[in-house]
Each structure stands twice: as structure tokens, then as C-alpha cells.
Design a protein around this ligand. Sequence first.
Ligand code: C5P
Length: 227
Amino acid sequence: MVSDSTFPVIAIDGPTASGKGTVAQLVANHLGFHYLDSGALYRIVGFASLQKNIPLDQGLALAKMTQSLQIEFKGNNIFLDNQEITELIRTEEMGLRASAVGAIPEVRLALLSLQKSFLKAPGLVADGRDMATVIFPEAILKVFLTASAIIRAERRFKQLKNKGISANIDTLLGDLLARDERDTQRKDAPLCQAIDAHLLDTSNMDVEKAVQKVLFWYQKVSKEGSI
Ligand code: C5P
């Protein structure tokens, strides 16, 4: 895989609650790269569409709304039209809403150039569902990070518990499988492993090991041109 852009991109895709966000952010910190959490953008669009009462069958209106949103990432905080929404978009409800707006081609198109604009010196780690296949097909390293559904549901359960939010593991598993189904079955940019992506199954791997693996692959591909 050879990057045709000036700055390197590491694309990390995978299903919900696989831990790809945590791994991507730590890899970005380690390399001093920028970080794109593309799922947050879909969550923001889902959140705004509810706030503005725009139904999901209004693709063009949703695309117009998406282009008019003022989105700012400041450190770990996310602002929409100057309102802090960091935690408001992290709920299960917003995850499902994000998955619904993510299935609308007009919305995906409206988010294209914003996502590409995250690529700046010295490089970018981008996580999502279609980073390797659609947004950054030129990525120097592509990783498909996954874990079994039950492990992912347990991780989400622990995350919510740590935040003091009560949850039911069976409900979480059901929501997660519904989201997987919609994300993999949609026509436009479905979740799938790019043919040139490296599979990283973290079912029996902690975060630190997963980060080390991605960094190892990156060093190798940077030096040798392949893994
Ligand atoms: O990654 P996260 O769980 O925050 O993403 C929320 C939802 O946004 C996903 O379930 C998916 O439907 C959608 N999404 C997408 N394409 C991306 C990132 C997220 O369709 N690149």
C-alpha cells in the first residue's frame, strides 16, 4: 500500500464498541498525529436532526442541515453551534440515530469534505466504518479492528457503568447487533474489511497490546513499504 497524499493516514475501521476509538486515539497521541472520530460526526448529525425535527426520509434537507452545522473539536470536547455536546452524543439512542443517518447517501456525501479536511501535517489516524474503503483509500496502513459481539457488549456495559449509567447487557447486545446489521447491510459505504486491511481481533487482547500492534505495523510499512 503506498500513500499518494503528502501526509500519512492510518485508517482504522470496525464495528461498534470494538475499541477502535480508544486504540486510534492512543496511536495518534503516540505519533503526534491528528485524530478523526468520524462516528462523532454521524452522531452530531443524528443529534441535530432530532433537535431540528428533520425526519429521516428527508435526505436533501438532512444534507443541507449537515452542511450548515458549525462543528468544533476542542481537545476532547465537541461543540455544535457553540453548544457543548460531548456527552450528549454518546448515548445508545444517539448511536442508533447515527446509524440511521449514516445509511442516507446524501448525508454521507455532505460529510465527505469535512472528513478529508482532517488530513494535515504530520499525519492522521482516522476511525470509523469506511475510512479505508471510501474516505482515505490511499491510507498507508489499514486496520480492521473487531471483537466478538458478546465481548463488545461487555465492554460497552463497563463503560456505561463507569459513567454511572445503568444498562442491561442483553439490551446492549441486541442494540449492538442491530447496529452491526444496518452498518454492514446498507448500500452506501457499508462496514466491511478493505481487501488490503489488516485484521486485528481484540477479543482476547488489551488496549495496550492493540496499540503496540498498530504502531508496529505502521513502523514496518513506513520503513519497508509493506507488512
Ligand atoms: O463509531 P460510532 O459508534 O460512534 O458510530 C456511530 C454510527 O455512525 C455507526 O453505527 C455508523 O452507523 C455511523 N458511522 C458511519 N460511518 C463512519 C462512522 C460512523 O456510518 N465512518
